[in-house]
Design a protein around this ligand. Sequence first.
Ligand code: SAM
Length: 501
Amino acid sequence: MAKKADAKPTPVPRSKPSSLVDTRVIYCGDNLDQLKKLPDACVDLIYIDPPFNSNRNYEIFWPETSEKRRFDDRHESTKAYIDYMRPRCDELRRVLKKTGSFYYHCDWHASHHVRVMLDEIFGENNFQSEIIWHRTLAKGLGFTGFPNNHDTIFLYGGGGELTFNRPYDPYDLDNLDEKTASKYSHRDPDGRLYQLDNLMNPNPNRPNLTYEFLGHTKVWRWTKERMQEAYENGIVVQPSPGAVPRMKRYLDEQEGRPIDTVWMDIPPINSQAKERLGYPTQKPLALLERIIKASSNENDVVLDAFCGCGTAILAAQNLKRQWIGIDISPTSCSVMAKRLRDNTTLREDEDLWKAGRGFVVQNLPFTVDLLRKMPPFEFENWAVKQLNGRANKVQIGDKGIDGRIYPVGVSPREMGAGELALEESWYPIQVKQKDKAGRPDMDAFETAMRRAARTKGFFVSFDYSEEAEREVTRFWKEEQRTIILLTVKELLDGNFAHKLV
Ligand SMILES: C[S@@+](CC[C@H](N)C(=O)[O-])C[C@H]1O[C@@H](n2cnc3c(N)ncnc32)[C@H](O)[C@@H]1O
């Protein structure tokens, strides 16, 4: 049976990342398939915010028709929604460690059914909390009944002793709320506010703590020596002559008001919010930060299997956790990768990732359309990678060349980074994110090839003008240098190997 989360201090943070599972990865695909590939009990914290059973669609932000279908809440009934979620929650339960925590974010549409399902999957005893997140902006004012203004977040434990770092809302000592002021109603001559607290031991069966103090024989919380010392220091007092001694609890020594299950202090993303990406269901970073801080420690593994625009993984990265994100939408995966690149020092780079730094997006099914809209640098990287080439990190002295292909058996690693520029066995790659690369593009690449003394090079673009093709023929005839023209479609279809030889 799970232990209820208690107020114990944070366990010592671990210094090593997980050895059980790859982290700092965004997987593009259905989480049911992806979760099946993860080992048992490898994750410390799971947060999910699946599309609700609300018939909401996302076409305002995502105009592409192919994407629209994916973002629609396709669950026609609550039953269908639960049937969809159950196998996914079974998998999430399997990958959660015993000491792990699971948060399910939903709203009134299905929260009652979700709770029943989660009781079945995680066990009623592992239910920890039902958090009410007050969204401040009420929805449904036009209807009879009270407008909805909250989401529900269920917290379940994995069955063992949970990580729980209790969050507090610090008191504002200069502007004390009425409730706290009435609780801390005593004041020392130096102005410090305190309340008088009970010194009795909750366990009546403690013979060694049973003694007489200031005329009262009780089972005390502290030993007689400690009581005496605290009395002499003015911490233990008798509120009136002959009264039972009590202890002073000073307000300025308290961490604050323990955060309970009603969260009213985190506003939703509004139209002016700095972190706003325009993603309709984006949750505030502060919400995810609270969850991640409370239920994990540094280097723990955080998983969001419906990660949208990546709020949970960005919060996890900022808080020095390891993380795994999964989303079925390629657009979401691209948005969150950009969000990580823009807001952290992490680079999207497979080599860095293998070396324990950087992050990767895996299984992204690119489309010609998505590639057209990709940032140019990312597009270049993608094209070079498709050709099994190495992207140029530094372009100085390499003008007009975006990457290099090395023949099999010759790799920059073997040669040493400093010798790369001198090595003869490589072919230049030029990438242009253009509908039709033209004659001037060929001229520029020819200049780069001459400068680098290359006799064969590869050019990637969406298509080529007739003049560009004629120029390539002329280049071969007059200078015996070959430019291989490759289209993005050929790269996407993997239909280019015959052109490389
Ligand atoms: C409500 S949004 C999550 C928003 C996220 N919490 C944020 O702050 O950005 C739900 C996400 O779940 C994704 N999704 C829906 N079904 C999925 C599935 N079977 N596997 C993976 N992702 C899925 C959708 O593409 C969508 O991005």
